[in-house]
Design a protein around this ligand. Structure first.
Ligand code: NI
Length: 182
């Protein structure tokens, strides 16, 4: 397993259409594992193969429930709508609002070549739409509005703030547990 180099938004490879995967061989399995490592390394919730320079239809996602590999994913149903802030590992520090469906149904092949169907909603639906767009050379910035960019210092400050909040919540949870024990 290895961390792959992430391509950034001026890179032409991000604008090309990725090809279907015809055979899930060891090379594809290795790519999938590397993509999962790379996604976690940069605190991402999803990554598409073109973002590591490979024009093949494979994405990895983790909406907080563990990693999932989707090969040749196709959105077969969309419904509702939601708007949320998105970012992308290929556009560091840039964020913007994007309108997406509320729920999507996606057909794909898993890493064992088994055909699967997933019905996703909320954040998971957003991630799937965002990553599948990458396979067609579409970036979230093509669809985003109210776009803004943070400096590295602002990103660090936001991270520290989130960590502090999490620490406080954990402390609170501990205290609650103690109270209940009495
Ligand atoms: Ni992205």
């Amino acid at each position: 397993m290895a961390i792959r180099n992430v391509r950034y938004d001026t890179d032409e490879v991000l604008r090309k259409r990725s090809r279907e995967i015809e055979e899930i061989d060891n090379k594809i399995r290795e790519l999938a594992l590397d993509m999962i490592d790379t996604m976690y390394k940069y605190d991402g919730v999803g990554l598409a193969a073109p973002q590591v320079g490979i024009l093949k239809r494979i994405i990895v996602i983790d909406p907080g429930t563990g990693p999932r590999v989707l090969i040749n994913p196709v959105i077969t149903k969309k419904s509702g709508s939601q708007t949320g802030e998105e970012g992308c590992l290929s556009s560091p520090n840039v964020f913007g609002n994007v309108d997406r469906p509320k729920t999507v149904t996606v057909e794909y092949f898993d890493i064992d070549g088994k055909k699967q169907t997933i019905k996703a909603e909320d954040l998971e639906a957003v991630i799937l739409c965002h990553e599948i767009d990458h396979l067609d050379g579409i970036l979230f910035l093509d669809k985003a509005y109210d776009v803004y960019k943070l400096s590295d210092e602002e990103i660090e400050a936001a991270k520290r703030e989130a960590e502090e909040l999490e620490r406080k919540e954990q402390e609170k949870a501990k205290k609650n547990k103690k109270c209940k024990r009495k």
